[in-house]
Design a protein. Structure first.
Ligand code: GAL
Length: 661
């Protein structure tokens, strides 16, 4: 296990480098990411490579036993390149090119930009492939948007459509362009969709195209690094659930997935913030790393969020380890005095004198050094699966059905409920095998096909529990509504039909009457309401008011050795809590610890070793009742736990059984 920092030696005087490296080493930082925005310093003029300064910076770090991850600097094309080839610039919907001066202002399709990227990555790879201090590569930086609307992209989109549909007749049929008389008679007529009057089909294909262009651009870099640097790993710093790029596909090209983690009041903090960690790990179902974790007050020209409270930086570090990360790199070492990120604080403030944050992270450094490789390779225990299909997300983001419907937030209501009960969650792509998940939630399988329906049926028949929800089986791959009763291909598995549905915009939530095995407790439905007809399933919940009073709202269907729950509405937190509690108990997975919204408990295993991570996200003391019988030892303090564990604000415990299994 390692901690480290993102470091920009090019922002500091040469005389600062040694003292910086020494302070890093003293804090226990053993890993540094370098170079990911330094194109203009590595290639100040076209074809003039200057790696001497970077060699020197790496040597200074190496002298302190610090290893290096090099970033390819392609998120920031230098001004000379944009001036010479303005066609590399990203063009907005309004037809205007983004001006240089910031970052991410390039076009992924531009053959010229791909060529310049190829050249710099080749030069870097050639120079550093055998460097003993360089352990890995980060490609570009947070790759993704903005979408580009330049002429090259317009032509590439038409070519992409030609490959996908082969004939215009097939495309017109698939998209239903007879609607509003938009049957294309030549490929060159098809535009990049710029306004909201387009149908969902072209919009989904445009999103697929955009993601594909980003991936193709990215692959150029991966291919070079794989060929030239076989001893070094390749990673990319992803942004949690960001979905402009199909991260599942991106992850396939990487050795490991990295996350940029910026908890706080803007992007969420606390226990349930771990959903992004679970997603990051799930992209490869392997240990992962954090490439950027906030280490102070944040803000650009805008986007300010409150500073971390004492203890939170340490807590957030362990939260990632608790979810399977094996390295955490903090953003950034010393706060920049210039540029857009002057408020984005690092471990050190602008003045460079170590303070509270440095001391807090030094504590983590010392603890990590003592823990050694204890958790390296340990797997994360996750009996619950959530299937998250990037394409269904795209389609549901294009057309929500209800202005407040957010398919990701809906999926994560399930994550939250299971996590509150301390059950580990793994995300799965529909094409995956779902590992050993005992409970598999498949939220809004909007673009569900026969293959997924068959797989889910086999999974249930073999004894699995499947949870299906509203807006499933609704569309085909072209984002056109299916010509059958809902939930489409999933109806025999669900054992129910959608008789009628409503998106009750502006209405009060409907009251639900829950039925056994759910307890008769209050719960409500909102956002979307399917009124169901039973075709083999029994009702788990009925509407108790509103237009569908008396009709089934959720069902339970026994299938082979397993069962299928269909939830035809978006419920309140109480509903998901009751559902998760019942399902976990039903599967023998109930946690011995009381559910909590602030105390997080996760489990990792390595061979016969078990580790329980106990994290207190509350700003106050929390008491945890330990299960009877088994004594545990805290790896951080060496102490044995009693019947009650008293957790101080933002406390971290790593417990292991004193009696091995
Ligand atoms: C990340 C990005 C970093 C830095 C940081 C703070 O998203 O990768 O380069 O900009 O945000 O703004």
């Amino acid at each position: 296990m390692d901690i480290g920092v993102d470091y920009y030696p090019e922002h500091w005087d040469r005389t600062d480098w040694e003292p910086h490296a020494k302070l890093m080493a003293e804090a226990g930082f053993r890993l540094v990411r370098l170079g990911e925005f330094a194109w203009s310093k590595m290639e100040p003029k076209e074809g003039r490579w200057e790696f001497g300064w970077l060699d020197e910076a790496i040597e200074v770090l190496r002298a302190q036993n610090i290893r290096v991850i090099l970033g390819t600097p392609t998120a920031t094309p230098p001004p000379w390149l944009a001036a010479r080839h303005p066609d590399i610039l990203n063009v907005g919907k309004d037809g205007r090119a983004l001006e240089p001066g910031g970052r991410r202002h390039y076009c992924y399709t531009s053959p010229v930009y791909r060529e310049y990227s190829r050249k710099i990555v080749t030069a870097m790879a050639g120079h550093y492939a055998e460097h003993p201090a360089v352990v890995g590569w980060q490609t570009d930086n947070e790759i993704g948007g903005p979408k580009c609307f330049c002429d090259a992209c317009a032509k590439a989109f038409q070519d992409w459509l030609k490959t996908r549909y082969v004939t215009l007749e097939a495309l017109n049929r698939a998209w239903g362009t007879i609607f509003w008389s938009q049957e294309w008679s030549d490929w060159s007529q098809i535009p990049l969709p710029r306004h909201s009057m387009h149908g969902p089909s072209i919009l989904l294909d445009h999103q697929r195209f955009h993601s594909g262009q980003v991936l193709a651009y990215h692959q150029v870099q991966v291919d070079i690094l794989r060929k030239s640097c076989p001893k070094q790993f390749v990673t990319h710093n992803c942004m949690g659930f960001y979905n402009e790029v199909d991260y599942w596909a991106l992850a396939k090209s990487l050795d490991r997935v990295a996350l940029d983690f910026y908890p706080g009041n803007l992007w969420g903090e606390g226990k349930f913030n771990c959903a992004g960690h679970d997603y990051t790990r799930s992209l490869k179902h392997q240990p992962w790393m954090v490439m950027e974790q906030r280490s102070g007050l944040t803000g650009w020209l805008e986007m300010f969020q409150a500073g971390d409270l004492p203890g939170q930086l340490r807590l957030w570090t362990y939260q990632t380890v608790a979810h399977g990360a094996d390295a955490v790199v903090y953003f950034r070492w010393r706060t920049s005095r210039f540029g857009a990120e002057q408020y984005w604080h690092g471990v050190l403030d602008h003045h460079g004198v170590p303070g509270r944050r440095y001391r807090e992270l030094s504590r983590v450094g010392a603890e990590f050094a003592a823990l050694g490789d204890r958790f390296t390779g340990a797997s994360y225990v996750a009996p619950v699966g959530i299937v998250l299909d990037p394409e269904s997300r795209w389609a549901l983001e294009i057309q929500k059905g209800h202005p407040k419907f957010d398919c990701l937030a809906h999926a994560n209501l399930y994550h939250r409920a299971f996590t509150a009960h301390h059950a580990g969650v793994e995300y799965w792509h529909p094409a995956d095998d779902f590992g050993g998940a005992k409970i598999l939630v498949v939220p809004t399988a909007f673009l569900c096909d026969e293959a997924l329906a068959k797989k889910l049926t086999a999974y249930a028949e073999a004894g699995g529990t499947v949870v299906l929800t509203f807006r499933s089986g609704v569309k085909d791959a072209a984002n056109v509504v299916v010509n059958e009763r809902l939930p489409g291909v999933l109806r025999s598995l669900a054992g129910c039909l959608v008789e009628e549905y409503d998106a009750p915009v502006g209405r009060e939530p409907f009251v639900l009457a829950l039925a056994a095995p759910l307890p008769k407790k209050p719960a409500t439905a909102t956002i979307w309401c399917d009124a169901l007809t039973l075709t083999g399933a029994k009702a788990l919940a009925r509407y108790a008011d509103g237009p569908f009073t008396g009709m089934p709202a959720a069902t339970l269907h026994r299938v082979g050795k397993g069962q299928v729950v269909y939830v035809g509405f978006q419920g309140d937190a109480a509903f998901y809590g009751l559902l998760a509690k019942w399902l976990l108990a039903d599967q023998g997975l109930a946690s011995p610890f009381a559910p909590s919204d602030t105390v997080e408990i996760t489990e990792r295993v390595k061979g016969k070793e078990r580790f329980l991570f106990v994290l207190n996200h509350a700003a106050t003391e929390s008491k945890l009742k330990m299960p009877a019988g088994k004594p545990w030892r805290d790896l951080l303090t060496g102490q044995k736990t009693g019947r009650t564990l008293t957790l101080t604000p933002y406390d971290v415990r790593i417990l292991t059984p004193t009696v091995p299994a």
